[in-house]
Design a protein around this ligand. Structure first.
Ligand code: G6P
Length: 609
């Protein structure tokens, strides 16, 4: 949700900030802006729309200066207009960029208005801007003013502030929204994600909750929430982690779909082999917790929630423990029953989703046995807040619609099922079968990707459709849901998924020739039931698109197109069948000409409620 970049350097920083914003655009992209201190004056440029518009603006109005901040926005308070775009300024003295929400902005706005401050936007950020200005006016220095402001505002945020009267420094604060400081040589940076800064440095400090930092060219001073100066660890990040390059692909999403065999291999590496699951892969002490686990509660949002839904089937079938799965925004606001010996599992590609984080914090207060997060971003809030974490190792995912993060989440969950199952009576033969199926998974995904051209051709048939229905049974039901979500997210076609057996209880009324129905049909014990469901649809005139194992006895004809999927062991079938559905949404979106990597109204990391 919103991306922040800042720099204090001797050289002009506008281009560095702009490149940082391009790399952060996945966090939001309805407006963007940049401010630098040029000859002791603040110069600002803001544009509605993507960073590209800001970059065009900068071509006409070059801003020179070594201290600057920039922002790409996903609107929360105030519509996406230029006046609401960041940076916000107070009386031409300070400029502020901010990510997150200031909850008590109304009362602060009233107070500041009474003190004569004029508001030029509808944002909560402007309240923070004037508040810091007022504290500076009261005689505090920039650091003290930001520290005081941080104590006054409530809510989750990350912010960076520059002051034309202190042109060689920038002050930043983190409260609930990530911020990372990038250390250069004679120059220093800040961003809401290290990805933004990989072109300029590989040394990073992750700020902790409540930290405020004063950054100059030659120094970084960090103060914790009690105001004590603290040292934070410097992390070296491998520049190869920089995947912000599309390479030969037209879109990040396509690149990320095709990276899946490699990502899955990485997720499996040193964690499982044909002789079974390795011990200790969920961290020191986790195996000691397992004997006490009687129940697993999974909480997540969006695509990660679908991964959790699949895992519920696996836990109850193989690990001998009951499992419940819930959407984080629901879980956090209801009274829930904590089963004795419940492990709390959060799943999140970003590790920053506000609802999932709040659910975890709540669970920690409510007597859960222990907490584990499955996540793709090391050092993220969920990773830090959980007792245990397990990294999916998918590499940075830039496309807003999640692909490789999802399949590696599924792989990670299967490793968790094996790890817990081993202590709960999973027999050695089943463990070896699952381990060997997992070892074959990268190859199966490679095989599934071979259907790309066939699916591209098929996608033409969807381009003029307004609705689509996805059907699956068992653990393929969540895969159908994920397929429908992908299609909605990037092609804007209204798509719904149903458990195939539920079709006759209502949704069948929707079926006619204009409603394509996509069926996920591996060759498993539910196949015969699925055949009956498919016939119910055929009898009502819809065109069916069946993704099926070649042994599943589906034949192509005028009303039914069968797309053959490599024969796959049941256990990994949900992962393999995800691939053609990702390809289908991608190609439909490309044909429709939507913005595949940055679909309208979405953001990759949702750090607000
Ligand atoms: C946003 C993204 C989705 C993602 C969801 C949960 O809505 O657009 O792709 O599935 O957040 O994100 P998380 O980082 O917690 O997996």
């Amino acid at each position: 949700m919103c991306g922040i970049v800042g720099a204090v350097a001797q050289r002009d920083v506008a281009e560095i900030l702009l490149e940082g914003l391009r790399r952060l655009e996945y966090r939001g992209y309805d407006s963007a802006g940049l401010a630098v201190i040029q000859n002791s004056e603040l110069q600002r440029i803001r544009r509605v729309g993507k960073v590209k518009n800001l970059s065009e603006g900068l071509a006409d109005q070059f801003l020179s200066g070594g201290t600057g901040i920039a922002h790409t926005r996903w609107a929360t308070h105030g519509e996406p207009t230029e006046r609401n775009a960041h940076p916000h300024m107070s009386q031409d003295r300070i400029a502020v960029v901010h990510n997150g929400i200031i909850e008590n902005y109304r009362e602060l706005k009233t107070q500041l208005t009474e003190q004569g401050y004029q508001f030029n936007s509808d944002t909560d950020t402007e309240v923070l801007t004037h508040l810091i200005h007022q504290l500076l006016d009261s005689g505090l220095d920039l650091l003290a003013a930001v520290q005081k402001a941080a104590q006054t505002v409530t809510g989750a945020y990350g912010t960076a502030i520059i002051d034309k009267q202190n042109p060689d420094q920038m002050v930043v604060a983190r409260s609930g929204s990530p911020l990372v400081i990038g250390l250069g040589i004679g120059e220093n940076f800040v961003a809401s994600d290290q990805l933004a800064l990989l072109p300029v440095t590989s040394r990073f400090i992750y700020l902790e909750e409540g930290d405020v930092a004063r950054i100059s060219r030659k120094s970084v001073e960090i103060f914790d929430k009690s105001g004590e100066q603290v040292e934070r660890k410097v992390n070296l990040v491998d520049a190869k982690a920089d995947s912000a390059d599309k390479g030969e692909y037209r879109h990040y999403m396509m690149k990320e779909i095709f990276e899946q065999p490699t990502c899955v291999r990485q997720t499996l590496e040193e964690r499982v082999s044909t002789s079974g699951i390795e011990t200790g892969i969920f961290g020191n002490g986790f195996e000691e917790v397992i004997p006490q686990i009687n129940h697993v509660t999974i909480v997540a949002c969006g695509t990660s929630y679908h991964a959790g839904m699949v895992a519920k089937y696996w836990f109850e079938q193989y690990a001998g423990v009951s499992c419940s799965i819930e959407i984080a925004s629901e879980f956090r606001y209801r009274k829930f029953y904590v089963h004795n010996g419940s492990l709390f599992v959060s799943i999140s590609q970003s590790g920053e989703t506000a609802d999932t984080l709040a659910a975890l914090k709540l669970a920690k207060e409510q007597g859960y046995l222990s907490s584990l997060t499955i996540c793709n971003v090391m050092g993220s809030s969920l990773v830090r807040e959980s007792d245990f974490h397990f990294m999916t190792r998918a590499g940075t995912e830039i496309g807003v619609a999640s692909t490789k993060a999802f399949t590696t989440q599924l792989v990670s969950l299967l490793l968790l099922v094996l790890t817990i199952g081993k202590h709960k009576g999973l027999n050695a033969e089943t463990e070896l079968n699952i381990a060997s199926a997992l070892m074959q998974l990268p190859g199966k995904i490679e095989n599934a990707l071979l259907a790309n051209d066939e699916i591209e051709a098929l996608a033409e048939e969807f381009a003029d459709k307004h609705h689509a229905l996805f059907l699956g049974r068992g653990e393929q039901y969540p895969i159908a849901m994920e397929g429908a979500l992908k299609l909605k997210e990037i092609s804007y076609i209204h798509a719904e998924a149903y458990a195939a057996g539920e079709l006759k209880h209502g949704p069948i009324a929707l079926i006619d020739a204009e409603m394509p129905v996509i069926v996920v049909a591996p060759n498993n014990e539910l196949l015969e039931k699925l055949h009956s469901n498919v016939e119910e649809v055929r009898a009502r005139g819809s065109v069916l698109y069946v993704f099926a194992d070649k042994d599943a006895k589906f034949e192509s004809d005028e009303t039914q197109k069968v797309i053959s999927v490599v024969p796959t062991e049941d256990i990994i079938a949900p992962i393999v069948y995800t691939i053609p559905l990702q390809l289908l949404s991608y190609h439909v979106a490309v044909i429709k000409g939507t913005d595949v990597d940055q679909p309208r109204n979405l953001a990759k990391s949702v750090t607000v409620e």
